[in-house]
Write a protein that binds this ligand. Sequence first.
Ligand code: ADP
Ligand code: ASP
Ligand code: MG
Length: 410
Amino acid sequence: MSRLVMKFGGTSVATVERIRNVARHVKREVDAGREVAVVVSAMAGKTNELVAWCKEAAPLYDMKEYDAVVASGEQVTAGLLAIALQEIGVNARSWLGWQAPICTSGAHGSARIESIDGEGLIAGFGRGEVAVVAGFQGVHKESGRITTLGRGGSDTSAVALAAAIHADRCDIYTDVDGVYTTDPRVVPKARRMPRVAFEEMLEMASLGAKVLQVRSVEVAMVHKVPTYVRSSFDDPANPGEGTLICNEEDIVEAQVVTGIAFSRDEAQITLRRVADKPGVAAAVFMPLAEAGVNVDMIVQVVSEDGMTDMTFTVGSADYERAYALLTKIKDEIGFASMAGEKDVAKVSAIGIGMRSHAGVAARAFRALSERGVNIRAITTSEIKFSVLIDEAYTELAVRTLHSLYGLDAA
Ligand code: ADP
Ligand code: ASP
Ligand code: MG
């Protein structure tokens, strides 16, 4: 008998009516004779509301209690979907993270799944029962505390569960019918890709395409889980195929650039007149790393008179912390002044074809300059390049690159 994990995101379970629609998708698979585990997110907007409540209660809240609060959104939708399934004659029960259990590290707020005991769920399949699992949450066995997996984490719950119970596939249902060449909400001419390679999807997700959480793509790749992105708004009786995340070799029509991603959650910091001598980069970046601040792009200007300017980016959520820390250690590092900019965005082009083609990024720099978009920083790697620009130009830059690489739909 085939076994399937189906995941439904926040928009797909935003109301009780939509949960009923989800139940119809699940019933279709059950009627086809499959054993089904469903993973649900909280209703759209719920997690944001819960996060805001924590901040309101105390600006520097305890992350263990934050997890107890924000995990509650998924508890509601898991129970409601089980009820909706029972209502249409499908035998179902809900499972919270600690009940399965889904065991994680103790890194509250961004825990990693360490193991999943699927025995209980599998025994339920034996009784003809659909398992409705609360996504995004787990339990830290050693402390017995509830954990959450980081924003967007239900995707990872689903793929990890599929690996643990040896499901034949994992279907991620969301509010778009697959992975597009870029966010279809920003570029109406974006095209759905029938297939996308793991490596490209990893880059797209980590560079801002929030359709899948990065970690879920890693888990799918490592455990070889055939993972599809599909739409919950398709007719439950006749859904589309969606996009398959697969190995590079399984893609017939490889292109140089396959997708454009962007992120507005960036901030730039510039240190002026830093001494250009060994140990300075360590003096700047070690304390940031120790404070848990992720530094992304780094640009250092050629020095004159032994002094240089150093520019780098951090996630906008870390900006205040990074700025305050650098102010504190200003004298130890020894720089003249510091400037920060929060209204910046990172736009990236991704494609495995870049490995074998020269000049791909250079064409983008020219096209952007022709449209008056100033580039603040650039990074490149084997299968992607990114530019940092003023946030106001994000959409223009994304559309420009999307057309430039021939990705626009006819
Ligand atoms: P869910 O709540 O189902 O987890 P998300 O909002 O996390 O859904 O992810 C789906 C959204 O991702 C889409 O609505 C779309 O706007 C956005 N998105 C960004 N980049 C892409 C892309 N390349 N392809 C498809 N969707 C994308
Ligand atoms: N509800 C969580 C969030 O909004 C997890 C998820 O939707 O995947 O981040
Ligand atoms: Mg999501």
